[in-house]
Design a protein around this ligand. Sequence first.
Ligand code: WT7
Length: 682
Amino acid sequence: MIPDKAPGEDVYQATCDLRKEAHVPSFEKYKELYLKSVENPEEFWGDVAKDFFWKSKHTGQFLDYNFDVTKGKVYIKCMEGAITNICYNVLDRNVHDKKMGDKVAFFWEGNEPGDELKVTYRELLKQVCKMANVLKSLGVKKGDRISIYMPMVVELVVAMLACARIGAVHSIVFAGFSAESLCERILDSQCSLLITADGFYRGDKLINLKMIADDALEKCTEKNFSVQKCIMLKHLSKDGSLLPEGSQSPPAKRACSDLQVPWNPEVDLCWHTLMEEASDECEPEWCQSEDPLFILYTSGSTGKPKGVLHTVSGYMLYTASTFKYVFDHQPDDVYWCTADIGWITGHSYITYGPLANGATSVLFEGLPTYPDVSRMWEIVDKYQVTKFYTAPTAIRLLMKYGSGPVQKFTRRSLKVLGTVGEPINPEAWLWYYNVVGEKRCPVVDTFWQTETGGHVLTPLPAATPMKPGSAAFPFFGVVPAILNESGEELEGPNEGYLVFKQPWPGVMRTVYGNHERFETTYFKKFPGYYVTGDGCRRDKDGYLWITGRIDDMLNVSGHLLSTAEVESALVEHEAVAEAAVVSHPHPVKGESLYCFITLKDGFDYTISLEAQLKKQVREKIGAIATPDYMQNAPGLPKTRSGKIMRRVLRKIARNERDLGDVSTLADCTVIEQLFQNRCNTA
Ligand code: WT7
């Protein structure tokens, strides 16, 4: 397990001394708190809970659970019986009890430099109350599902917190997803209402979001489900003003008056008109601890996305405490997480975790490369960012341009650097540490998943000596283990399946509408454990190293995709008989998609067909799933029972001739043909 003493060799210790004021100032202190958190969770989390408002206290044990499918239904309950409201806790409590109404909650920085806005806790609370009243006036009730499909604007936070305030369940869909993906998610959770925006810019590219949203709603209707109302925010249109009253700057400079916004008077409602009339006071709906808070879809190995469900109290305590400890949050920090709120990172570490701590954050709409590759560091200096959180793919992208663009800005304010989304290669880690942080700032490599709600393996910035590429040790309350194929726990230096032995407050509760799938995906393979789907190595010092997915999932730029969902998008084309997708290493994205296509008789494999297929995948799933490589595969390597041997395809994609054991292959001749048709991936 965790060593008694931190190793003194082969580790990095940042020069900036956070220790004087840090929440966890030493490895010994980490170990002490960790032991308390697993030996006496009741007391540990009870202390965390003291910082929140509870309408009534919990009655049963702090965590009640069954992780063992062989003993019955898997369940996790945290603080059962307690009554609270997460929106009240992250806003009202800060404004009223902690007297932080004038503190900035968000510095919004638009895609276009100069486009900016600041929102205090008081203003945010007012806007959220208004929106909550709007939703109520439209008949939204506790437990109803609301789909949100918006760009990175403050109103996205307003919409999600308004749902939380009235006990409605938000289901945010990343604005880069296609109409088809949005439709599928709306249908799965039967959302009665959609909140979207007219459009937005991503760098130079204009996205007509409303058009895509309408397309999705039409597809829903075709499938006999109608979303009753669609609220549209005018983000780009000229008369669309961001939050009225108070500290205003102009709305989107790049205002685009010729944006074609389709409008359906029977369904569509204007955000601004609704907000104008709504009251800015709204009594929160008091919720049970285990009431659902939100659904967020993540790829599943069968191809159909899973609606990961999180509930109120556990998620609140967990995001609040991970944010506090992992970024060592201090009151005067300016924190910036570059993720999109459409992913779990944004849910936990732009909205809920930071606001629960009364933090001031930067909310950035744009890209790291627009208008140039210095943008990130320009923003760091502009807002004097102290804690910065991004993805390895962004680091690798910027690394390609060298240290010049970084050094145009001082970055002197930075104290902690974080990464998330995929394993970080030591080269990128070292560049981040040496060039961006100038050896001053500890790097926290945070391993977690949509399912875990918050960080589960991570260094703590003032306590854990760092090893580049290692997510180090478990967060409080988390008990990891490494299992071999037969399910035995491996001790000491070893490699195998990463699992968790007991729940922590923020772990997901179910797959929305499909509890059986929840049990099958995470609990069937090794009864008694939560199975992450990741491989993991433990070194001689007890440090944990994530080795990547060990199921049929791919991680493209920190976003999970399943090979099955891409394959099913491909075979929907009339020319395609069969498709097999494997991962191929990519210098910036981490992994990219390499697709093998078997055509039906009578079709020719042409460049234009390839273009059509790529377009089809983009339209079905979204731009993140666009294949990088595609090749003609008149035959695929299969076992005698007909299973595609992806292991062999991965080798072919990489042009590695050593295929290992292919004795189960039904027909060996396909291999040579596939090597001949290989794409040039150099
Ligand atoms: C998968 C979860 C957690 C928010 C973003 C992704 C991979 C995530 C790390 C890390 C190595 C990582 C894992 C995990 N992953 N963080 N620090 N080191 N791998 O959320 O889409 O649910 O993906 O991302 O493979 O299982 P997600």
